[in-house]
Every structure is written in C-alpha cells, then in structure tokens.
Ligand binder design. Structure first.
Ligand code: SF4
Length: 300
C-alpha cells in the first residue's frame, strides 16, 4: 500500500501543523517499529485525558505500536474510558453507539474488503468490559459466530470506571465498589471460553506489564483476523481510581493479578497456526522434530 496519502503535497509542508509534520517524518508509518524502540519514534498515541497512571493507557499505547500496519488500521470503540485515549491517536477511529462496536466493525471490515480487495485494511475493536461483555455482548458473540475477520480487544478493568464504579459482568464475585456497596453476587463472565466456543481462531489473555508479550499477541491476532477469522484478546487494565490502587503501585498490582488469576493464556486454532507459519514465517508453530528411536541391541 502506498504511503503517499500521509505525506505532504509538494510545497505544502511548511504550512502543516508541527504535530503532523512530526508524524510524517518520525512516526511509525511504513516502518517496522517495536515496543523495545519506544521513545525513539513518534507514537500514534501520545496525549490523552485519562487518569494519571491508568494501566489501560499503557496497554493501548503498546497495542498501537504492535499493529502490523498502523497506516492501514482502523480502530472501533464505544463509550468508556478507553475511547478517550483511542480517539486521540493519529489513526482513524470509529465511535459507535454504546455496545454496537462489533456490529459496526463487521460492516466496516466487509466494506473495506470489497473496496480494497486483498490489500489488508485491519479493523480492531477496542472496548471495555461493559461494552464487550454486557451491553455489546450480543453483537460481540454474533460477530464471532459469523467469523467476522477483525480483532476484538477487551480492556478489562473489571468495573464501569467511566460512570463512577458500577459492577460489570467482568467484575469478580464479592467485589465491593462505590455503586455496588453490597458486593457482586455473581461470577466473572468466562469470555475466553465463550470466544473459543464461538469459534475464534485466536484467544489470549495478557496484562500490560509485559510489553513484548502484548506486542506478540496483538500482532498475531491482527494477522490471523485478516484471513482466518475472528480473534479475541482480553487484557487486564486495572482502574486505579475505582479500585483505589495508588498510582505508583499500578504495575505491581498488574503483576500480582497476573500471578494470581490473570495468567498469560493463548489459544491458536490449527488453521491459524498453519497460516502464521506459511504466510508470516512464525517458527513457534512448526512441528517439533521427533527424537530418533533408540537403537535396539543386537539389531543392525
Ligand atoms: S476511571 Fe479508571 S479506567 Fe477510567 S481513566 Fe481513570 S483509572 Fe483509567
């Protein structure tokens, strides 16, 4: 895909805002940047109005660095804290009504394929646990059952942070919140299992304090969604305000939660493994060579 559309017309460069010039000259478009190079290039997400120390913003920032082709990626979101940051990024963002993000992404993904043929135009939904598991649940599940080819990322902060602390389907049983003072009476929804049952080709859980892992799962999910089918990532992105986590303890909390109940998990369908290996050279899914059989004494 030509990058000409993010460049300047001859003679217009000096009239463009500095931010735009910086993005064209020092941004990630057309380059292969990695999270280990953070700080050495201009990121598509630099400023946001979210709370200081919010883990969600770190995760979103890492995810956007991991997109295989940020210049050809469109994000889709819905009401919630995450969209405050996602909508500030220097790539297209579509904001649906509350909960319809997977319906919007289904139409968008299909339309882009018709319009651009086999040139990849990646669609990535990023929405909170309320938008994904509660209010948008029906459209999320149906997009998975229909094997719509885009990635759904749940920013799981286990609460409605944006509206002051109501329990969500992803809140843990027993959790006491500002607007759930008696404690949640039901279990956290098992969206990972539902994603597998609904036929997602790739399902993973991550926390943001392992940037390389976040990068790895996002890349795989987006690449698989291009041709194989729906992919789902569930990221623990704590709400330090509603769970009263001190700003300087946010990463420590993420590590504790990862060790306790949010371990890294990854499911990759056989078709997706084959696709990643053959199309993108992923070696981790190559069949392991079997050890030669031990010689039997007395036999040639
Ligand atoms: S309310 Fe919670 S999730 Fe929302 S921006 Fe603040 S810390 Fe992050």
């Amino acid at each position: 895909m030509s990058l000409d559309y993010v460049k300047f017309s001859n003679g217009f460069e000096k009239f463009m805002p500095k931010e735009y010039r910086d993005m064209v000259e020092h941004g990630p478009f057309g380059k292969k940047v990695t999270v280990s190079q953070m700080g050495s290039f201009k990121e598509v997400l630099e400023e946001h109005p979210m709370c200081a120390g919010c883990a969600m913003t770190l995760f979103i920032r890492l995810a956007m660095i991991a997109f295989p082709n940020p210049e050809d990626t469109i994000t889709v979101g819905t009401a919630g804290c995450g969209r405050l940051a996602i909508s500030q990024a220097a790539i297209p963002f579509v904001y649906g009504n509350y909960g319809d993000q997977n319906g919007v992404a289904s139409g968008l993904s299909r339309g882009l394929r018709l319009r651009f043929g086999d040139k990849p135009k990646d669609v990535v939904v990023m929405a909170g646990d309320g938008g994904t598991a509660d209010i948008g649940f029906q459209q999320v599940l149906h997009s998975w059952f229909r094997k719509e080819r885009f990635t759904t990322i749940m920013l799981d902060n286990e609460v409605y942070g944006n509206t002051g602390g109501q329990e969500s389907g992803m809140t843990n049983r027993g959790a006491v919140l500002k607007m759930a003072p008696l404690g949640k009476k039901f279990e956290k929804m098992d969206m990972l299992q539902m994603a597998k049952v609904a036929g997602c080709a790739y399902v993973a859980t991550v926390v943001p304090n392992n940037p390389r892992r976040v990068e790895s799962v996002i890349k795989k999910a987006v690449l698989i969604a291009r041709e194989v089918g729906s992919t789902y990532i569930q990221a623990y992105t704590s709400c330090n305000i509603e769970y009263a986590i001190p700003t300087d303890k946010v990463m420590e909390d993420a590590k504790t939660v990862e060790n306790d109940r949010y371990q890294f998990t990854e499911y990759v369908s056989d078709e997706a493994k084959q696709y990643l290996t053959e199309r993108y050279g992923y070696k981790e899914f190559l069949a392991k060579p079997t050890a030669p059989a031990a010689a039997i004494p007395g036999k040639a």
